[in-house]
Write a protein that binds this ligand. Sequence first.
Ligand SMILES: Cc1ncc(COP(=O)(O)O)c(C=O)c1O
Length: 426
Amino acid sequence: MDLSGRDRQSIWHPFTQAQTADPSIAIVRGEGAYLFDEDGKRYIDAVSSWWVNLHGHAHPYIAGKISEQARKLEHVIFAGFTHEPAVVLSERLLKHLPVHHKKIFFSDNGSTAVEVALKMAIQYWFNRGEKRNTILAFNNAYHGDTFGSMSVSERGSFTKPFHDFLFDVIYIDAPTPQNEDRAIAQLESTIENHPLSMASFIFEPLVQGASGMLMHNPEALNRMLTVCKEHGVLTIADEVMTGFGRTGKFFATDYLSEKPDIICLSKGLTGGFMPMGVTSCTDDIFKAFLSTDKMKTLFHGHSYTANPLGCSSALASLDLMEKEETWQAIDRIGRKHLQFRMEMTAHDRLRDVRQRGTILAMDLVTGHDSSYFNNLRDLIYNFFLEKGILMRPLGNVMYLFPPYCISDDDLDYIYRCIKEFLSSLK
Ligand SMILES: Cc1ncc(COP(=O)(O)O)c(C=O)c1O
């Protein structure tokens, strides 16, 4: 039996309805922007394998650094102990983060980076003796699959079985270009209506990923953060998807002059090699947990917190992120996308062709149900797989989110296939 068949006998896959799903494609090797399956078929990874891969698959430099570290120290408990890769990684990340961010807290993935951020924000007020328990989030938000991160995400089909168990959040609109002033006014009035209880505002900066790569402008988001600052509301930027160059700058919040108090990172953090999350915060937040009273401790941690192999892959990925060539590649992808976007803007089967840096997205006009579950999603997915392109649409939203090593030729090929797909619908 091949790997796909054996997989079916023993594995429960994420976000997959096993009864109706096609067999999983067994990948045996990755190289640059390509994945190779067990039959030797090659796929261009146009979505960076769930938005994690930055510099290409099986990148020899990152692989080498992990292997070096594995021979030195694979893991050590992170309470009462520390190690060089974690110290150096924290120092180097803080250099890229807003200047008032002074501490890094390690966890395992994007959802846990968000859990930690929420706990920091909630306990910050608790430790100060203030009963602030209202949290603001954007409509259409996605922050992860654990209970805290589900609570601050849009209530929808994915979260429905758990609604009775999620904590209350007040949702406001993201400031999309059509809705900027209204969204800002809504934020302002919501905060003013809860003068003593507003704890925190969590948001995906500039691009709301899982809900369909919805985009808003930095100026409007900046105004929202200013309102929060004026009212003492802690702000949490979930940069799990947008971090590490995706939006054209190192972090999406680099587009803002008003900086968040807490930032969540994961996905690209390790270049797509190892599962790891971090949550950074300001000195003011950290200091609210300092006390001779043990009850003020942040009682949170995971067995693999600050795993040295994760840290070494993050350090190696940072080495590559800091190279001129990487930023040239990010610019190149941005310029290629822009050209294609201009060409496709007026296409009658597309709506809202949009871009932020290396992220390009477009809605397919369907005329009917455009949810994640519509059949069009499968049609698009299978069409591109057939063409040797891994592109996982979000409902009727087609998007590209490539690793930075993708070639111009591969981008041109993907653009051609998009046009071919659109023609096939006529
Ligand atoms: C903005 C954002 N936050 C959090 C998460 C959750 O990350 P993870 O899947 O690593 O738990 C995701 C995942 O897609 C995300 O896009």
